[in-house]
Design a protein around this ligand. Structure first.
Ligand code: CP
Length: 312
């Protein structure tokens, strides 16, 4: 079996998730010299219309570690023919003849789905506007599983800009579908609450969720606190609202005071990049798992490339 295009987090079966996690675990321990034949002769295309540090570089590193080659553009709005007026559909029809998979980050929701209709190769959604970021969800759930192997009976706080943060959308879809015995606490400024369709999805799957205004009041009950930044780039035409959201976000910052309230075995996660929502003093605490989480992205993405190109 081979994985096809990855468009959203709900598409995965539990068997696929287990296979991805098993191969990712193998990637962590296999000697580097044993991996170099796995993608030999393959070309991975990274097409990023929005900026990225982790997603693009971890996919590129994953490809190179597996012996494949990478072509692409990191600022496709400027450096691809988008700047001359070419549509996404035309670009994809052409570019998909140059490689074996396209890793696409697009600035509008639905970009990956549109691309997949015109591509000769699988598409991996590396973030589509305020839509989803399914490979982030896989690495996030993999990270949670390292701490809590059953991922059951947990209180999981999703904190920050829940309306525009695509990682929390994908996380909730993936966890809600396959790990139902948990409770979500959605904690955000009132202007950026979790999308109604995601709450409805949880209701349909009988997953408990509550909306809370204040992190401090629930921090002591959480097993996972998943912090996110306010997505400044989504407020370009409404700076006033952005300023209001930032002001409200002050009370959601994770700092030593929040740490002192948290369970000793809880974990703090963040997809990164951070702005001010986790104080640097938190980094030294053993519950700060966000850099380990980012590293896991490399192994998860190695697994995905293998499963797409070689099968499993
Ligand atoms: N987490 C994440 O998507 O980070 P980048 O924007 O740096 O890729």
């Amino acid at each position: 079996m081979k994985l096809g295009s990855i468009i959203n987090a709900q598409q995965f079966t539990k068997e696929e998730i287990q296979a991805i996690f098993a191969i990712a675990g193998d990637m962590m321990i296999r000697p580097a010299r044993d991996l170099l034949e796995l993608l030999k002769g393959r070309v991975v295309i990274t097409l990023f219309y929005e900026s990225s540090t982790r997603t693009r570089l971890s996919f590129e590193s994953a490809t190179l570690r597996l012996g494949g080659n990478v072509i692409g553009t990191e600022s496709a709005k400027l450096f691809s023919s988008k700047s001359k007026g070419e549509t996404l559909e035309d670009s994809i029809q052409v570019v998909s003849t140059y490689g074996d998979v396209i890793i696409l980050r697009y600035h509008k929701e639905g970009g990956a789905e549109r691309a997949a209709k015109y591509s000769r190769t699988p598409i991996i959604n590396a973030g589509d506007g305020i839509g989803q970021h399914p490979t982030q969800a896989l690495l996030d759930v993999y990270t949670i599983q390292q701490r809590y192997p059953e991922i059951s009976g947990l209180n999981i706080a999703m904190v920050g800009d829940l309306e525009n943060g695509r990682t929390v959308h994908s996380d909730v879809y993936l966890l809600g579908k396959h790990y139902p015995n948990n409770t979500f606490y959605f904690i955000s400024p009132k202007q950026t609450r979790m999308k109604p369709e995601i709450k409805e999805y949880l209701n349909r799957h009988n997953v408990r969720w509550v909306e809370v205004n204040d992190l401090k009041s629930v921090a002591g009950e959480m097993d996972v606190i998943y912090q996110t930044r306010v997505q400044k780039e989504r407020f370009e035409e409404c700076r006033e609202i952005y300023d209001q959201v930032m002001a409200q976000s002050e009370k959601l910052i994770i700092n030593n005071e929040i740490l002192s309230l948290m369970k000793k075995d809880a974990i703090i996660m963040h997809p990164l990049p951070r702005v001010n929502e986790i104080a640097y003093e938190v980094d030294r605490d053993e519950r700060a798992w966000y850099f380990k989480q980012a590293e896991n992205g490399l192994y998860i993405r190695m697994a995905l490339l293998i499963m797409m190109m070689n099968g499993y």
